[in-house]
Design a protein around this ligand. Sequence first.
Ligand code: GDP
Length: 429
Amino acid sequence: LTGTIIVGAQWGDEGKGKIVDFLAGDYDIVVRFNGGNNTGHTVVYNGKKYRQHLIPSGILYKGKRLLIGSGEVINPEALFQEISILEKEGIKLNLMIDGKAHVVFPFHILQDCLSDVAQGKFSAGSTRTGIAPVYSDKAARNGIRIIDLTDEEIFNEKFNNLLKLKQLTLKFVYGDNTVIDGEALRQKYLEFGKRLLPMIGDVSLEVNKALDEGKRVLFEGAQGTMLCLDHGLYPYGTSSNTIAGGACTGVGVGPTKISEVIGVTKAYTSRVGSGPLPTELKDELGNMIREKGQEYGTTTGRPRRVGWLDLVTLKYASRVNGLTSFAVTKLDILGGLRKLKVCIGYKVGNETIKEHPSDLRVFSKCEPIYKEVDGWKDLTEDEWRQIAKEGYQSLPMELKNYLKLIEDEVGVPVKIISFGPSREFTILK
Ligand code: GDP
């Protein structure tokens, strides 16, 4: 079995892109299975930052097979922009997109903005890239898929229906008077279809064949466990399945083909958008971690909320993903703090709970129970580089204890240890 899934174990932005980049050299294929250009994965190489929104993070390996599964939703304009930025950097992509992936139109983006406002206190703080309306249309079977863009007759029929529906929705649901120029849009998307045609294929077939031949496939998830449509903090999450099961549905492989599920977690907690966050630090320390960790959204630039590491969340992530190991990132950011707090349970009224409560009302009342541990000293880039060369044994003792606490409380081993944005600042344990 040679399929490995990478998922975010927290609220997204855990550094999945970096971990995928670190591992991708050992894999034949990297495939994305959910989300759209509402997500941003950063890969740093030779001091240069590459930001992908739709394309898997294996871009820095020449000729690497990169696939976009049917579970992703595609804004063609954003995709071509991403491709063109990479091409300018001299990166030639070996990319295929599943024809079953659904398409984002500008009216989805408009609907997303209007709906985000209308949702009031239940708004998740959308990135306003149209993702929720597209997944809704997909589920309601009104959606248009990438493959539909390549057949004018089919496209026209579907597009006319969708356009009518959207025009009515904008006007009568949201009271918005925008008149969509359907004809211009129709032409534009047929043009996109022509450009996309050489990239369209059957991702499920290719991945299954590869796995059957013993090739190695890395499944890259977007966002994180707590944002999952089904198992996250609904409605404060995203509109796709971010957990490991989403890799199976979003690509078209059976769970029996998967051997490993790696949960990526920061050494602390961060999230962008609204909803309860028990370990949130609203003080100076929180600001300090935000600045040092550069906790600002890749897609929106919004400041992320930060807090102490929450092991109840990680335990939940282990449960719903079936994690086989953790990758812990951003350990460098906590360097220099004398004491660190780690949440090992919650207090709700007089009750102590150790499992993430499925009831949002309970979760919003959860007070963290902390264990205080010793921090490690702040190390320079050169010192971290040296540690990476020497391996696990050379990590500061306090840091090793911190990782051990995660392993003991959650019951999942830490396999990858990350202390810098680029590939070299990583230890495989
Ligand atoms: P993703 O969506 O999970 O891939 O995460 P993002 O790319 O949105 O955010 C993670 C950020 O942290 C990126 O800017 C990475 O370059 C950076 N990063 C990843 N791992 C580390 C690490 O161990 N240390 C530091 N300092 N930065 C890291």
